[in-house]
Ligand binder design. Structure first.
Ligand code: C2E
Ligand code: CA
Ligand code: CA
Length: 552
């Protein structure tokens, strides 16, 4: 086809140039004929002294020079035609060559543009659009007669700690890591082209010709193995934590959008599993859509100050004085209404938003604490820390930064931690706790009795307080077991030189029995429900409980 077009273009050009060349040749012939006529007239006049037909005929007949001149129009005609045809062919061929060149350059450019728009510039991997296209094609191919329902699998791989790496090392180094990750992924793939970069830190993998679904999980394990050895950037070894969500076609969906969305759900399940990968199951869907939207909305809520921090008083059982408050997060969702912290805090812990959340809580709690102290109310504020916070080496710097900015003293703050949050990685948590303790912050062990209760670690922690979980306190009047646990915990705390707080003090009777057992501090609805900063100040002025003014 292209050849025919080029040939006809060539013929057209030659025809055009030839007609131009012929014009020049005809002019040459006319000039030559003119010259012959003038020369014949001159010879006739010189020979006879006049111009007659006989004289002109005689000149033509006898003068040899005129014979030569007579040949000129023919020679011009022939030579002109020949030379110009040759030129026309050469010029035509040149134009065709250049057109051809231009065309192939345009083709290359077109291909290059298509490549750039479908490949990630950094890693050179196919983008989301191309990946979706490939999955679609694979689906169509696998449903052709003869291939019917050969299973395909899609794996979504997310680098869980990528944000931390980015924050710590900056863009260039994290880009280098992404490049290395993509090379390792391509290395492990049966077909290099079936891995794609779906999003900032998410990769997609298409496995075709999968005969049994277990193979996809084995493949996920292989991916984990290839990612195990640290990545080297600027001479530093950096470990990454990938999570993998797996879906199979046709079991989990018949189109690419459903499949990828469900792989995302599986990815969230993988984040919570020890294996680091999970295959989609319809039961995952039950909470996922709400959870998934909650996560993104929580981020917005933190950034747009939609959250609130409530305070619940802690009262000394012996002296009936208010010795502090516990800061408790509140989120009034515009659609779902009140979302309990028990629901969204664990969600935030799995999605890195916890860092933002803790930062927000610390800023608000420290600011309010500073206001109370400025008003002459020496209120100590207890702040809950999550397990993830205790493994964040930046936490001590964050806390000291907020303390300086708000003007609070470390001894006004109690940091509540749980046994399980320490036990997930005791050494790193202990390091962070020690640093904060040296800075003057005090620690309380929350929900005591519900976790590991490892006395060995309890002894190593620089604690000030034990909080008995409300689960034991609420039924203290009716359950002998719970009463025994509360009693034993109070004794244990005192033996370790710690102050003991009981949560869930809902009525006077519980308060009285706790006093009998020698418990130090009570916290619960009997004293007050958690209330806002403004409400707390009002409650304070009308309450039977008074602020403790003497330092402990
Ligand atoms: P927690 O630290 O054990 O907090 C005590 C919980 O007991 C609070 O629930 C409080 O409202 C509730 N409570 C207090 N007195 C009574 C009572 O007399 N009876 C009953 N039935 N409950 C009482 P809340 O506010 O729903 O918080 C639940 C959990 O959410 C907290 O448990 C804590 O683990 C977490 N949380 C709350 N705020 C934060 C925060 O700022 N950061 C972190 N990381 N976690 C938080
Ligand atoms: Ca607490
Ligand atoms: Ca508790």
């Amino acid at each position: 086809m292209v050849l025919t077009i080029v040939q006809s273009l060539f013929a057209d050009n030659v025809r055009l140039l030839k007609s131009e060349a012929s014009k020049t040749a005809y002019q040459g012939v006319a000039i030559a004929i003119g010259t012959v006529i003038i020369a014949t007239c001159l010879v006739c006049y010189v020979d006879t002294g006049t111009l007659t037909t006989e004289g002109l005929w005689a000149a033509q007949k006898h003068n040899v020079a005129l014979w030569i001149l007579n040949c000129m129009p023919f020679a011009f005609g022939f030579w002109g035609q020949y030379a110009n045809s040759l030129m026309a062919y050469q010029a035509g061929a040149m134009i065709v060559d250049q057109t051809h060149d231009l065309r192939s350059k345009a083709d290359d450019l077109e291909k290059q543009t298509a490549y750039v728009s479908t490949h990630d510039r950094l890693t050179d991997l196919p983008t989301r659009a191309l990946f979706y296209d490939r999955v679609e094609r694979a689906i169509i191919a696998s449903t052709k007669p003869g291939y019917q329902y050969i299973s395909l699998s899609i794996l979504l791989i997310e680098i869980e700690n990528f944000k931390d790496i980015y924050d710590a090392l900056g863009r260039n180094s994290s880009d280098l890591i992404l490049k290395q990750i993509s090379t390792r992924l391509q290395g492990v793939m049966p077909r290099r082209d079936d891995v794609a970069k779906i999003d900032g830190n998410i990769f997609g993998v298409l496995l075709t010709n999968i005969t049994d679904t277990e193979k996809a999980e084995k493949f996920a394990q292989q991916i984990h193995q290839t990612m195990e050895s640290p990545f080297m950037v600027e001479g530093l070894p950096v470990a990454i934590h990938p999570n993998i969500g797996i879906v199979h076609f046709p079991e989990h969906g018949e189109d690419v959008d459903t499949l990828v969305q469900r792989a995302g759900v599986a990815l969230h399940v993988a984040q919570r599993s020890n294996k680091g990968y999970a295959t989609y199951d319809p039961s995952h869907d039950k909470h996922s859509p709400l959870r998934l939207t909650l996560i993104s909305e929580l981020r917005i809520a933190v950034e747009s100050d939609e959250l609130d921090l409530f305070y619940q008083p802690k009262v000394s059982i012996k002296t009936a004085e208010i010795c502090g408050v516990e800061a408790l997060l509140r989120w009034n969702h515009p659609v779902h209404g009140y979302v309990p912290p028990d629901e969204f805090v664990p969600l935030a812990e799995r999605n890195r938003i916890i860092k933002l959340l803790t930062q927000w809580v610390l800023k608000r709690a420290f600011t309010d604490c500073a206001k109370w102290h400025q008003q002459g109310l020496p209120i100590k504020v207890s702040v809950n820390l999550s397990a993830k916070d205790l493994h964040d080496p930046e936490l001590p710097d964050l806390i000291s930064g907020v303390a300086v900015a708000t003007g609070i003293q470390p001894e006004w703050i109690m940091l509540e931690i749980t046994e399980s949050s320490v036990m997930t990685d005791p050494e790193s948590a202990l390091g962070i706790i020690e640093r904060l303790h040296k800075m003057g912050y005090r620690f309380s062990i929350d929900d005591f009795g519900t976790g590991y209760s490892s006395l060995a670690y309890l002894k190593r922690l620089p604690l000030t307080e034990i909080k008995i979980d409300k689960g034991f306190v609420l039924d203290i009047l009716t359950s002998e077991n719970d009463a025994a646990i509360v009693k034993a915990t109070i004794n244990l705390g005192h033996n370790l030189g710690l102050s003991v707080t009981a949560e869930g003090v809902e009525n006077k009777e519980i308060m009285s029995i706790l006093m009998e057992y020698g418990c130090d501090i009570a916290q619960g609805y009997f004293l007050s429900r958690p209330i806002s900063f403004q409400d707390f100040n009002q409650w304070l002025s009308s309450s039977q409980w008074k602020i403790k003014t003497q330092p402990e």
